[in-house]
Design a binder for this molecule. Structure first.
Ligand SMILES: [Zn+2]
Length: 306
């Protein structure tokens, strides 16, 4: 061991004897730490593919167009099909955060237990709630397409096509697709007065479908970042609690400190940087992420290794 390494090791040992974890000793790696981020990115890719795989068969779209009263049942079945995989990728992301937090504590022989019941329960609850909420939004989107289609005298086939476009989208994105299509129809008719309207409408519908695909991908991207960053952050809390219940860590008087990502510029997050709350207390804006794609995290301050 080099002289410098020995000096560092002995100063670490002294601090360890005092029992207090110092900030420098306890880096609490962030979500944007390259080793953590690269592991999360693998999970994000899984979730993006999962979300992009959501689709309605033409029979399902036809059934939704014909009978909006069945919308809840049909949408629940389509969305419910990805729930188990969503739970798995959420849990895997929680484990990334939890393992990193356990390593960062630097307690010899201590590791995060992946079968930790609190971790399993959190992933199941969170993914389940997420599916319920997104299902509700989708049912709302489908119903508004059907009622608008009927008001405008559209045929069932056209309505079914619009329903297929908005799978995986929030109700507000579904409305954006509709507005886009309406605007395109007007624009094309004004620009091409000699072309038959039916041709231009068909072109606008095709463009609207392409727009919906882009929104669907963008939403998959947002969901994969936001949901899995949340899971990784909750993993930290669960790992710390495991260390406490294993008798390895004392959090008497310890605090959690909000750490805003210095690489991005989000007014609301930057204002929270450094906010401290008790170990089991909540931040003023809740645990990050606090907005879509937020990569803020938190660290542990003033805990003592036992
Ligand atoms: Zn943030």
């Amino acid at each position: 061991m080099s002289l410098v390494a020995r000096k560092i090791a002995s100063s670490f040992a002294r601090r360890r004897q005092r029992g207090r974890l110092h900030k420098s000793q306890h880096p609490a790696r962030s979500l944007w730490d390259p080793t953590i981020n690269s592991k999360l990115e693998i999970n994000r890719e899984v979730l993006r593919r999962l979300w992009n795989s959501l689709s309605y068969t033409s029979a399902e779209a036809a059934a939704l167009a014909a009978d909006p009263a069945r919308a809840a049942a049909i949408v629940e079945e389509v969305y419910g099909a990805v729930e188990a995989d969503l739970v798995a990728v959420t849990k895997a992301s929680l484990d990334v955060g939890a393992k990193a937090a356990a390593e960062d504590l630097g307690i010899a022989g201590f590791a995060f237990n992946e079968a930790n019941p609190a971790a399993v329960a959190w992933a199941e609850d969170h993914a389940g709630t997420f599916i319920v909420e997104t299902t509700k939004q989708q049912v709302e989107a489908v119903r508004s397409i059907v009622s608008r289609g009927l008001t405008e005298g559209k045929g069932a086939r056209k309505i079914a096509g619009q329903i297929q476009d908005v799978v995986g989208l929030h109700a507000r994105d579904a409305n954006a697709v509709y507005s886009f299509e309406q605007a395109q129809i007007k624009r094309l008719i004004a620009a091409h007065p000699k072309t038959p309207e039916a041709t231009l409408i068909a072109r606008a519908e095709k463009q609207a479908t392409q727009y919906a695909v882009r929104l669907h991908r963008a939403r998959a991207m947002t969901i994969s970042r936001t949901e899995l960053n949340l899971a990784a952050n909750q993993g930290k809390r669960i790992a710390w609690r495991q260390a406490v219940s294993d008798g390895e860590l004392s959090v008497d008087g310890a605090q959690r400190e909000y750490i805003a990502n210095p690489n991005t510029n989000h007014g609301v997050c930057d204002g929270l940087d450094g906010e401290r709350v008790g170990f089991d207390e909540e931040f003023s804006q809740g645990d990050p992420p606090i907005h879509p794609k937020c990569v803020c995290t938190f660290g542990l301050r003033g805990a003592a290794v036992l």
